[in-house]
Design a protein around this ligand. Structure first.
Ligand SMILES: [Zn+2]
Ligand SMILES: [Zn+2]
Length: 283
């Protein structure tokens, strides 16, 4: 079993990186990628534990990018992380700084709306990767909304009254940066993209997109088949994963997806044509 899309407490998941490796062992996940939003900190923390646990850990990241004014997530995989990545890591740190600055403005905006949710409260939960889900948790805890979904609908989503803009790279820049660092750029959960993915793909392929996330917890079997077909048509590689977030999204199970809708074959990674950095076997 493989799972190439997971989040830890270093972005918006609830499972610390080291515990995620233990969870992967329990779930029978042999090849795992940690794809935290805009950071490698979870991967960095988990790497040595993964090695001693015999879990093959692929260096990954999920970038928030823009395509035609909409937010689109882009996965980056680095099967052989090496010196090429220094510039990329530097760029990722710059984006984190811009996220922090957005959070300052978000807490100010909420205060204007009469909502008492401070940056400090959100950062107490989210630490260095504080983002909108952490503000959402406080909104729920303080009784402003009934649940996380409502927090986004009423305050945090792009169409909601509390939303504040954040500078995000264009999708094409994300693709270019990932490839420049020797990585594979994959379109994340394509079912969530507004507009017709099939119509967008020729341009994205021309921009250098390598792969598409055909397997994802949100995909119906028909959607998975559809995206596999698009991959064949455009000569794209395939990626897939549960988008595991721990307790924040309990229905998406590590390795297995929603209601067991994932069973991603190992061949998916083998077909990338670059062997992942091998983890030494258990002593
Ligand atoms: Zn995503
Ligand atoms: Zn994700």
């Amino acid at each position: 079993m493989i799972d190439l899309h997971t989040h830890t407490t270093e972005s918006d998941g609830t499972c610390p990186p080291v515990e995620l490796i233990a969870e992967a062992v329990r779930a029978g996940v042999e090849v795992l990628s940690i794809t935290d939003h805009d950071t490698f900190r979870g991967y960095d923390q988990a790497l040595s534990v993964a090695r001693s646990s015999g879990v093959e850990l692929i260096c990954g990241i999920e970038l928030s990018t823009k395509l035609n004014g909409r937010s689109v997530h882009l996965l980056g995989y680095f099967p052989q992380p090496d010196g090429e990545m220094a510039d990329f890591r530097e760029w990722v740190l710059e984006m984190q700084a811009s996220r922090r600055e957005r959070n300052v403005r978000l807490s100010e905006r909420l205060r204007e709306l009469g909502v008492d949710v401070s940056l400090e409260e959100a950062e107490a939960i989210g630490r260095g990767m504080t983002g909108r889900p952490h503000f959402a948790q406080i909104l729920v805890q303080k009784g402003y909304v009934a649940n996380i979904r409502q927090a986004f609908d009423e305050y945090l989503d792009e169409s909601a009254r509390g939303y504040v803009y954040r500078r995000e790279p264009q999708l094409t820049e994300g693709v270019r940066r990932i490839r420049g660092a020797g990585g594979i750029a994959s379109l994340a959960h394509p079912t969530r993209i507004h507009g017709h993915v099939a119509a967008l793909l020729p341009d994205l392929c021309a921009a250098g997109l390598d792969a598409i996330e055909a397997y994802h917890s949100d995909h119906t079997p028909q959607e998975t088949e559809f995206f596999l077909g698009l991959a064949r048509k455009h000569g794209l590689k395939i990626t897939g994963g549960s988008d595991f977030h721990g307790a924040l999204k309990p229905e998406a199970r590590l390795g297995a997806g929603c209601n067991g809708n994932l069973n991603i074959p190992r061949e998916v990674v083998d077909a990338w044509g670059r062997s992942p950095a091998k983890s030494p076997a258990c002593p």
